[in-house]
Structure formats: C-alpha cells, structure tokens
Design a binder for this molecule. Sequence first.
Ligand code: TXA
Ligand code: MG
Length: 330
Amino acid sequence: MILDGASPAAITQAVQAISAGQLLGLPTETVYGLAADAARPDAVARIFAAKGRPSNHPLIVHVADADGVAHFARDVPAFAQRLMAAFWPGPLTLILPRRPDVGEATAGGQDSIGVRCPSHPVAQAVLRALALATPPVWGLAAPSANQFGRVSPTTAAHVAGEFGDSLLVLDGGPCGVGIESTIVDCTRGAPVLLRPGAISRAQVEAACGQRLQGDAALGEAPRASGTLEAHYAPAAKVRLMHAKALQTSLDLLGAEAAHIAVYARTPLRMLSSQVLLRRMPDDAQATAQQLFSALRDFDTQGVKLIWVESVPDTAEWDGVRDRLQRAAAA
Ligand code: TXA
Ligand code: MG
C-alpha cells in the first residue's frame, strides 16, 4: 500500500508498523530503503527474508542526526566526526566500530556498523517521530528496497513492484540523488572509500583533512554486498561501449535490430525504428538521478540488450561509472 509521505497520518501509520516489528518502504534522497527497527533481530530478519539477501550481509542504520550514532557505534574517530559535520544529513554512510550490545543482526554479525543520516524530509519525519515513540526507536536498518542483486528503486512504485501491495510504502517522490550513498570505512585508522556516490572522493578528503586510502593498501575489508562485481543489474544484458563502437554495432545490425535499447550522450544514426533510444544527460548528477529508473523502464519495455555509452573518465562520474560497470558484469 502506497501512502503519501507528506501526510501526518501516514507518518503515524509508519511509526506503528515499525514499532510492531514490521517493514516499511522508506524514501531517502539516494534510493528507497526497506526499513525496520535496527535494534530488533526479529524485525531485521524480516528484511533479509523479504530481499532474499544472505543474513551475513550487513545493513546500514539510518539515524535522525549525529547524536543518534552513539546508540549504535563507539570510538568514533575525529575524521569521522568531521565527515558527519560536513555532510549530514546527506548521502554519506560511515562504517564505525559497533557497540557490542546492539545491532548484531543489522550488522550481519560484524563488529562494525554502517550509519547514515538521510536528508529526505519524509525519512527525517519518520525518524523524529520514532524517537518520540514508546519505547523509542533510535535507528532504522534499511538496505535498498529491491530484491537481492537487482537495481535499487528510486520511486514508491518501484518498491511496490518489488514487494507487492502488502508492504506499507511512503511516497516521497522520485529520489533526488538516484544512486546509493557514498560509503567510507572509518574503522581502520584512515578513511577508506568502499562505494563511490554523489559525495566525491575529493569532497571527502577535503572535509576530513586526510587522504582516502585505497582498499588494497589496508588489507582485507569486510565485503560490502554493493561491492560484489555483479550487482545492480536489470534483467536485460547491459553492455558498455564507446560511441564509435556503439555506432558500428548499430550499423552491423542494420534494419534488423530489435529488442535493443541504447542509452547514450552522443547522437547516433539509427537504421532500425525498433531500437529504443534514450538520451543520457551530459552531466553526472542528472544521469545518476535517472539511471536506475531508465534501466527499469528498459526492462519493462521487454528489451533484451541495453547498450550504454561509456561515461567520461572524470571523478564526478565515479558513482555512475561504478553502477554501470556492475550492471554490465552481471
Ligand atoms: O543510499 C543508501 O545507502 C541506501 C539507502 C536506502 O540508505 N542504502 C543502501 O543499502 O544502499 P544497501 O544495503 O543496499 O547497501 C549497503 C552497503 C552494502 O554494500 C553493505 O555491505 C555495506 O553497505 N555495509 C553495511 N554495513 C557495513 C559494514 N559494517 N561493513 C562494511 N560494509 C557495510
Ligand atoms: Mg542495495
């Protein structure tokens, strides 16, 4: 059931569902999450079951503000404090040492925990109302609200499509960022980038006053499911190509081409009217915002192949390039 997230009655219903240990489709500025009380193992187990996600894959806890971190994490390093001050509320997740007495199921058994403070007004309204409930709920465990391995949802309708009408989903409109949060591991003495997102490497380094370490430099990290090669994949096969190779491939297929979608910035010559063409925006932010819904739309239209023009090799495209490479690896 989809409810308007702007309505106070819907927020009350959401609080009731979470307090009863149920799941909630929650809009955030990045993608929609599938949320439950992060401190309740029974509620968290429902998330893993609904997603078909292995229960040792850690989830992120969403908190109302930086004060909420103390309920789940300890020994927060100074550089992590600087990152919270700079980017929260916003699309940045920090991996921190976990308090041993809380959130073990949410953390997938790890002794660290991912924490993020979303800026979306509906997420904020739910988190603030939960803090006032009896007993209070200090954090929402929420992975992206998609079946394991699939593309993250960026609208309430996507979420309902993944989990059916029995799930309560708050509609907060299409997500503004469109790809999942930037993840920085803060448990290894120096910040380590685990997942690129809208907040860039350079922004993170400037705010914490430290260079981001490469993953390899610091040895084995806990594996993030978002870092598995083949992730974020639509049902259709995705292929990344430069504009020239794309044009050659289209020419080779000629008028026979069908069940193919092309997502490109460069204008291309189309010999078949059956090829679905969607123009990729010229800037990285706008592309991130529409990327997942574009991939979903192609699936809905029954396309078998999605040919995507490679994105520029600049830092601002890191998040989009990462998601496209994973989609193409599936
Ligand atoms: O933007 C987002 O982060 C969205 C919205 C809903 O907040 N959430 C999201 O959650 O993308 P999920 O579960 O799809 O991806 C979370 C990523 C996974 O790759 C997970 O492995 C990693 O965060 N992660 C969570 N806790 C971790 C931990 N303790 N150590 C290492 N990685 C962790
Ligand atoms: Mg996910």
